[in-house]
Every structure is written in structure tokens, then in C-alpha cells.
Write a protein that binds this ligand. Structure first.
Ligand SMILES: *Cc1c(COP(=O)(O)O)cnc(C)c1O
Length: 362
């Protein structure tokens, strides 16, 4: 049996989010018969050769796409990015150690809250008083900080980091919503982590990248499953890994590589962001909600000047096959998420609706 994904919507959902159509097709096939084995991927041992090959390729693709040096480990773990909020300080900080955090939104705030249980946490910059509409810049980072925690893309507010702070302190970064969307200066990072469900695969697995020298410094007892060294030693196979999310993430990474890697993703994402923000700025009915310099290429947030038109706009979007545009429940308005897999044609479809809406209501 051959299954072909026929997804026809323009999916602007913030997460779980769009993946390449060919990934859905292959993933569906693997659920029925994986590689002609006569078995579904979902019913085979994770220790068998077929799945071991998947894990090996997934780990290798992360290395290849990000051009990881040998002193970085790649892990696939459960618990979502939110579990990393406590797992990172548990593994990296003694009680008396200090780490610096930048508060750029809800996810950063959650990371700060959790870290406080494991070390001395200093919030060195925050845009909270500006409702997180910009990304703080130019703040000093104490030299004795074990790491500086950043959120590279603020999914809810629609801001993104375009300049990595000048500091010798290793960066620890939540890249959940912009992993694989652009090149990053990898040697600046002590750790990178990302929940799969924004730009990589289905919910249920989290990518963790950790530099060797970050580990082995804490004295507290770390439960086996929460100790990164356990998963490093066992190649993310200490226990049963989330086989399906890892497989689909592998397919997405193949797609990223075949498209031309991170440079190609950056060009693709830049073109989409340019097209949408140009319309938001041109169209008198709409207004962007964040500082222009910090506008995210992944999640564009905007509002209608007249919010009594909100429902009418969403109705027109729906009629054009555009879904997932409603802003996060905490901020309202609209949010167009334009992850790697979204085509420029989908952004063009949204721009068309905005222009027709202007003619009707302008
Ligand atoms: C979605 C998101 C999270 C939460 O991820 P979970 O996997 O649901 O825990 C954390 N950080 C950022 C930046 C996100 O976009």
C-alpha cells in the first residue's frame, strides 16, 4: 500500500506545526510497513537493526546540519523542552554556582523559575516591562556565570535574536522554535535544546546538544534518567526512546539537508518573513506588534487596527484554506508561524487575503 499526504491547508500553526509533505507521506508509510520489513515502525524493537539505523542517521544528521565539532554530544530525550528548564541547571550548576538568564518571554520566564531550584540565578536583562515586544541588547554578563541562558526565538511574542551577545560565558539556548532555520555560531554554545514539534518533528522528543566540558562539575545526586551522561553513554538508548518522533525528525532533517542545509533554510525563511512583514507595514488595516529590528522570521505577530474586524478576517482566512493564525491566548491578535516547511506560496496566500480584506474594509 502506498499512502500519499494530501495536506491542502496553508498551515500557520505555532506548534505542533507544519512538516514537509513528503515527510508525512514517508512517516505514514512507515506506520504501515517500515522499509518493506512487513512490520510497522511502531511495533519493532528499538534494539533491532532497523531502528538502530534510524537513530544513527538521526544523530548523524544533527551533526551534519549543524556542523557540530566532536566535543559536542547529541541526545534525544523525552519530556519536552519544558523539562530541560530544570534538567539543565540540575546537570550544570551546584547550589552555589551562578548562571545568567535573559527574560524574553513566557518560555524564558519558565526556565528562570525552574533554574532557581538548582543554583544562583541572575536575570541580567528582561523585556518584561515592554510586554516582551523587544529583545534586550548590550547588557553585561558576569564573567563568573557558568552559562548564559537565552531563548533564540520567542514563539509567543514573535521576537528573535539576531545578534548573539558578546561574552566569553558559554551560551545555553532554547532553540525550540527556530532550530535548523538558519546557521548559528556553534562554538559559542555550551548547550542547545529544542522540543521537536515546531521545526523538526512530532511532539514527544527533545533534541539536546551539549558540549563535553559543560558536564561532570556538579556534586548533587542526579537521577539516572535526568543525567545527560546516561544518555550520552547509551546513545539515547538507555531506555526505550520515542521511536516515532525520532524517525519523523530524521525524515525532516533529510529534507533540510537535501534542500541545501541551513543556508538554504535561512534564505527561504528570510523571503517569507520579508513578504509578510512588507504587507503588514504596507496595509493600513494591520500593525506589527514587536520592535522592527527583533521581528521573528518564524512567528510574525500582528493585529488589526480595528479589532472588531478580527473574526471577519479569520473567516476570510479560513475560506482561503489558511489555518492556525489566531494569536497565543496570552497575547491575542494574530500570529503567522512560518517554520521551515511552510512554502512562500502559503505566505503569498495570506498576503492576498490581507489585500482583499483591505479593499473590503479599508
Ligand atoms: C513550545 C516552546 C517550548 C515548550 O516546549 P514543550 O516541548 O511543549 O515543553 C519551550 N520553549 C520555546 C521557545 C517554545 O517555543
Amino acid at each position: 500500500m502506498t499512502i500519499t499526504a494530501t495536506n491542502t491547508k496553508h498551515n500557520f500553526s505555532a506548534g505542533p506545526a507544519i512538516l514537509p509533505k513528503e515527510v508525512f507521506t514517508e512517516a505514514a508509510q512507515a506506520c504501515v510497513d517500515f522499509n518493506g520489513t512487513g512490520l510497522s515502525l511502531l511495533e519493532m524493537s528499538h534494539r533491532g537493526a532497523d531502528f538502530v539505523a534510524v537513530m544513527d542517521e538521526a544523530l548523524a544528521l544533527v551533526r551534519e546540519i549543524l556542523e557540530l565539532p566532536d566535543n559536542y554530544h547529541v541526545l534525544f530525550v523525552g519530556g519536552g523542552a519544558s523539562s530541560q528548564f530544570y534538567n539543565i541547571p540540575m546537570n550544570l550548576l551546584n547550589d552555589a554556582d551562578m548562571a545568567a538568564y535573559v527574560n524574553t518571554g513566557t518560555w524564558a520566564s519558565n526556565a528562570i523559575k525552574e533554574a532557581k531550584a538548582f543554583g544562583q540565578i541572575e536575570v541580567v536583562a528582561s523585556s518584561e516591562s515592554d510586554q516582551f515586544r523587544h529583545v534586550p541588547k548590550g547588557y553585561p554578563v558576569p564573567a563568573d556565570a557558568k552559562y548564559l541562558h537565552l531563548t533564540s526565538n520567542n514563539t509567543i511574542y514573535g521576537t528573535q535574536l539576531f545578534d548573539w551577545p558578546e561574552t566569553k560565558v558559554p551560551l545555553v539556548c532554547d532553540m525550540s522554535s527556530d532550530i535548523f532555520s538558519r546557521p548559528v555560531p556553534i562554538e559559542r554554545f555550551g548547550m542547545i535544546y529544542a522540543g521537536a514539534q515546531k521545526n523538526m518533528g512530532p511532539a514527544g522528543v527533545t533534541l539536546v546538544i551539549v558540549r563535553d566540558d559543560m558536564l561532570g562539575h556538579v556534586k548533587r545526586h542526579i537521577p539516572t534518567m535526568l543525567d545527560y551522561r546516561t544518555h550520552i553513554k547509551k546513545g539515547s538508548m538507555y531506555n526505550t526512546p520515542p521511536v516515532f518522533p525520532i524517525y519523523v525528525s530524521m525524515l525532516t532533517m533529510r529534507w533540510v539537508r537535501d534542500q541545501g542545509g541551513l543556508d538554504a533554510m535561512e534564505a527561504r525563511n528570510f523571503a517569507k518573513a520579508q513578504a509578510l512583514y512588507a504587507e503588514i507595514d504596507r496595509n493600513p488595516l494591520f500593525k506589527g506588534t514587536t520592535a522592527v529590528d527583533d521581528r521573528s522570521w518564524m512567528n510574525a505577530t500582528f493585529v488589526l487596527e480595528d479589532d472588531t474586524l478580527n473574526e471577519a478576517f479569520l473567516t476570510d482566512c479560513k475560506a482561503a484554506g489558511i489555518v492556525g493564525l489566531k494569536g497565543h491566548r496570552s497575547v491575542g491578535g494574530f500570529r503567522a508561524s512560518m517554520y521551515n516547511a511552510l512554502d512562500l506560496a502559503s505566505v503569498q496566500a495570506l498576503v492576498d487575503v490581507m489585500q482583499i480584506f483591505e479593499k473590503k474594509h479599508g
